[in-house]
Design a protein. Sequence first.
Length: 364
Amino acid sequence: MKEKVVVGLSGGVDSSVAAYLLKEQGYDVIGVTMQIWQEEEEMVLEENGGCCGLSAVEDARRVAQTLGIPYYVMNFKKDFKEKVIDYFCEEYLNARTPNPCIACNRYVKWESLLKRCLDIGADYIATGHYAQIRHLDNGRYALKRSRTLAKDQTYALYNLTQNQLSRTLMPVGQYTKDEIRGIAKKAGIPVANKPDSQDICFVEDDYGKFIEETTGASIEPGSFVDTEGNILGTHKGIIYYTIGQRRGLGLSLKQPGYVIRVDKDRNEVVIGTKDKLFSNVLYADRCNFMSIPGISGEFRTKAKIRYNSPEVPCTVQMAGKDMVKVIFDEPQRAVTPGQAVVFYDGNLVAGGATIIKGSMEQEK
């Protein structure tokens, strides 16, 4: 009897080719698009587009017809609202900069989808992510970076659990993007030339306006201050600012100023010079270990502090029950609370955590 796999079809070329490859490998493939959008009007859906909008459903249905596989739309609106949108808003309101794609991957695209698919008798779920999964000699499952590092998506997937990884297939990670498009064209897949989706799928440009409208929170103006506490001007609300930001401050300064800290309690945005942006230490919590079961003592590794940043050498040690201290060999720019720090052991994801704060600490 064939093993059954549910492929999350976004209407894009990557997930479409994932479904094609798995069918070619002999799996019993079912296509599913996750309905996560909150609006019901077709005009709004069409404008929002993204990976899960109305046009995604139409494209995914055409792909399923081309491949000759069953296709369904599953409603995950409630899960997405609670696990992604509410989290996104809450983080900004608490002066942190969230990564909603990481939350969506862990709690919606995996946790919610996997449970529902296992309930209907599937053996696996599959996606079109550029990553690979390895079952290691120590018995653990870990993500391996994709063949094409420019497209690698392991950073946004670091939070997947061992159970989720053991039930997941990622056939696209061993190919380059050009190869994937080539496979799609050869197979007659109708979205072979569709552009990649970009940006956050549920917000267009104005994060602040979205948060105000979604939560009903009253976003109060406050003061821009320098590192000495001197008032420099008035900001329009802490949700509009993130560490390292330079543009859109509306300040007339003698030298370029950057956001170096956002203080929720005082409703202040602290402005400093570029040199004040650097940290040689960060603290992070909500740890998820992948290739290793945990850390005892010190762990030498490389870390990424944002999706598009390079991996840099560091030492990691536990700083509490669910907290790590990361000591960088060289100071890093704009360590941002709310973002993820992800650890790499060669090409494997060792684990990761959510950044609490960065600081410059003197060597003891």
